[in-house]
Design a protein around this ligand. Structure first.
Ligand code: SAM
Ligand code: SF4
Length: 348
């Protein structure tokens, strides 16, 4: 179902169909129209670079964003010019109301695409509903095609379900299907071509992502980092059939095998060479607004809403937070007092 067919509601517009509120911009001339919202911090996997083996300590339910709070934050973001939303986590499909949230986001004025990032295990349960709701894209995370390695990286035995659900997603009417692969030296870097070969017959994008230092076990310090330039070099050495093509804002390198249906991208998430083009707003599962992936400090929007803050107050906090965004992720990281321990609270 194409999104234009859906009747849009909610975000107030003036008669010329433009939002009456200001847009989110910063001092460095960047504007922010992409909201990444972690709707959950729990997960049914325990990826070694993301979650401790025992999982995260269970929190009181009212410490995490409720359905109504998520809807409010999406609506306010749409008023401020957000046109793209991604639900992430933790594992977003562990939320029973995930399809209702997708439907709500799709229905808002100004929202052009609604996507989610998932480990794929539960996707078969939701795919039909997502199609009907108008979900635009799904990123499925999968770091290896080998069963023994899958168990090593995720500490669970679910590769079969993930592969089957990737096939279902490819056959669905959802426009964009991407596979996220975190590349780790001496762990899966020998599988680059196996992933790339999936793009020959399938209209998918395989995204090779740099490992980031957000894990309590610090596998980061064990020499597994494989920088985007090395990933690219490696790919080009292995195949002379693959050529650089124009990519999107976040894809430092975009490639395609000649004649392939799908594409390949390399994402410099650690080397941070794309900060100048940043358009992202992040909200954690407990409602913290982050103006950078590498920042730990942010206003808690959930607390503000719980204490009776008006939409006007929430809008003004978001605008203020972004005006003061650091020029790049290095400065943001250096200015934060704490180091993030898990990506599951922020969703990547
Ligand atoms: N559970 C969902 C999933 O795995 O797709 C959504 C949340 S997960 C935190 C989002 C993305 O962040 C996944 O693609 C995952 O591989 C990536 N990620 C998590 N920790 C990471 C790290 N330390 N470095 C790089 N990517 C990481
Ligand atoms: Fe779960 Fe995603 Fe983190 Fe893996 S990367 S533990 S699937 S939240």
């Amino acid at each position: 179902m194409r999104m234009e067919n859906i009747n849009k509601i909610n975000a107030p517009l003036d008669s010329s169909e433009k939002s009456v509120y200001p847009k989110i911009v910063d001092k460095h001339n960047r504007s922010f129209n992409y909201l990444r919202l972690a709707v959950n911090e729990y997960c049914n996997l325990r990826c070694i670079y993301c979650m401790p083996e025992e999982g995260l300590p269970l929190r009181n339910k009212n410490e995490l964003l409720s359905k109504q709070e998520i809807k409010k934050l999406i609506n306010i973001s749409a008023q401020l010019g957000v046109s793209k939303i991604r639900f992430t986590g933790g594992e977003p499909l562990l939320r029973k109301d995930i399809n209702e949230l997708v439907k709500y986001a799709v229905s808002l004025n100004g929202i052009e695409s609604v996507n989610l990032t998932t480990n794929g295990i539960l996707l078969n349960k939701y795919l039909k509903d997502f199609e009907l709701a108008g979900l635009t894209g799904i990123n499925i995370s999968l770091d290896t095609l080998r069963p023994d390695r899958f168990i090593k990286i995720t500490r669970r035995d679910n590769l079969r379900e993930v592969l089957d659900n990737i096939q279902l997603a490819i056959k669905s009417n959802i426009a964009s299907i991407k596979i996220n692969v975190v590349v780790m030296r001496d762990f899966n870097h020998d599988e680059l071509m196996d992933f790339i070969n999936l793009t020959i017959e399938n209209d998918i994008t395989v995204r090779f992502i740099e490992l980031m230092p957000f894990d309590s076990h610090q596998i980061w310090k064990t020499g597994k980092f494989y920088k985007s330039k090395d990933i690219l070099k490696d790919i080009q050495e292995k195949s002379n059939q693959i050529k650089l093509i124009d990519g999107s804002n976040t894809e430092y390198y975009a490639l395609q095998i000649q004649g392939a249906k799908g594409k390949v991208a390399v994402i410099p998430s650690y080397t941070r060479s794309l900060c100048g083009k940043c358009n992202r707003i992040r909200i954690t599962a407990d409602g913290k607004l982050l103006n950078c992936l590498y920042s730990e400090d942010g206003f808690n929007l959930k607390t503000i809403i719980q204490n009776g803050g008006t939409d006007e107050e929430v809008r003004s906090i978001i605008l203020k937070s972004f005006v003061n965004k650091y020029k790049d992720g290095w400065l943001a990281q250096n200015s934060s007092e704490n180091q993030r321990e898990s990506m599951s609270q922020i969703g990547g």
